[in-house]
Design a binder for this molecule. Structure first.
Ligand SMILES: C[S@@+](CC[C@H](N)C(=O)[O-])C[C@H]1O[C@@H](n2cnc3c(N)ncnc32)[C@H](O)[C@@H]1O
Length: 258
């Protein structure tokens, strides 16, 4: 599995402390404005979002498919002196272990693009609705595939540290994009390397917002980043969708919708 394979390198590409600090800055206004006290982080990877949320005074729970990523996340939380629940769980299935609902759900850093078809996207969004408190916030952050599929640039980014060079690149298919991580040992002469790949779906804005509307999410906002800059499909790096689970409407004491 891709994320089991790369779990050892994940925090070498972007140090976890730096990601936690950035996330804290980005998420603080949303937490404050919406009085968020509990949150679910979907695709929690090595735990940066959950730790940032906990440092902001929110009670987080992380769900993640990769056991190896969860192991690293638990170690980061332990070192930060935090008790955070990370469950090995799939966003596509019902989660009886939650035994509660959340004020917010965060699906950050392109996690949603691991869902490869509309049926899966529908199922995940139906689950998000079920797991949210009425009036709760859903925040989905993915790459801007309007731009990526127009430009078809194969090289995404090249990083290096003292030991390794990380080359991230795409293979463009018809419906799906293969995302590849080539890791090269940084030595003189012939180098060892490993390569891991995962298919992604380049979701367009309307494909996600149509399902959000169908599932009765309201106040749907398109942004270019978490802080709220305007989304420009030709220029923005990211697409951020912010939506709210509708509050039930009561009429003469009768429950009309949920
Ligand atoms: C690109 S990473 C994003 C990680 C994290 N949100 C962050 O900000 O660093 C995507 C993560 O989602 C996890 N994932 C993919 N599909 C999933 C699913 N169906 N349910 C739960 N987690 C999933 C992967 O294992 C991976 O760790």
């Amino acid at each position: 599995m891709f994320y089991d394979e790369i779990s050892e390198y994940y925090d070498q590409m972007i140090p976890v402390e730096k990601r936690i600090a950035n996330l804290k800055k980005q998420l603080a206004p949303i937490i404050k404005e919406n009085d968020i006290r509990s949150a679910l982080d979907v695709g929690s990877a090595t735990g940066a979002t959950c730790i940032a949320l906990a440092e902001l005074g929110v009670e987080p729970v992380g769900i993640e498919l990769s056991s190896k990523m969860i192991k690293v996340a638990r170690e980061h939380a332990r070192r930060a002196g935090m008790k955070i629940k990370f469950f090995k769980a799939n966003m596509l299935y019902d989660q009886s272990q939650f035994k509660r609902r959340f004020d917010a759900i965060f699906v950050l850093a392109n996690t949603i693009s691991h869902l490869l078809d509309k049926k899966s996207l529908n199922r995940a969004i139906a689950n998000f609705k079920k797991w949210l408190n009425p009036g709760g916030i859903l925040l989905i952050q993915l790459l801007n595939y309007h731009r990526i599929l127009r430009d078809r640039q194969r090289i995404v980014k090249i990083y290096n540290n003292e030991d390794r060079i990380f080359i991230r690149f795409y293979d463009f298919g018809n419906d799906l994009i293969n995302f590849n991580l080539l890791t090269v040992e940084n030595q003189p002469g012939v180098c060892d390397y490993t390569m891991s790949s995962v298919p992604l779906r380049g979701w367009k804005t309307h494909e996600i917002t149509d399902i959000l509307k169908k599932k009765s999410f309201v106040s749907i906002r398109k942004q270019g980043d978490i802080k709220g800059s305007k989304f420009d499909r030709t220029e923005s790096n990211d697409l951020v969708l912010l939506a709210r689970r509708r509050q039930p409407v009561y009429h003469s004491g009768r429950h009309l919708n949920h």
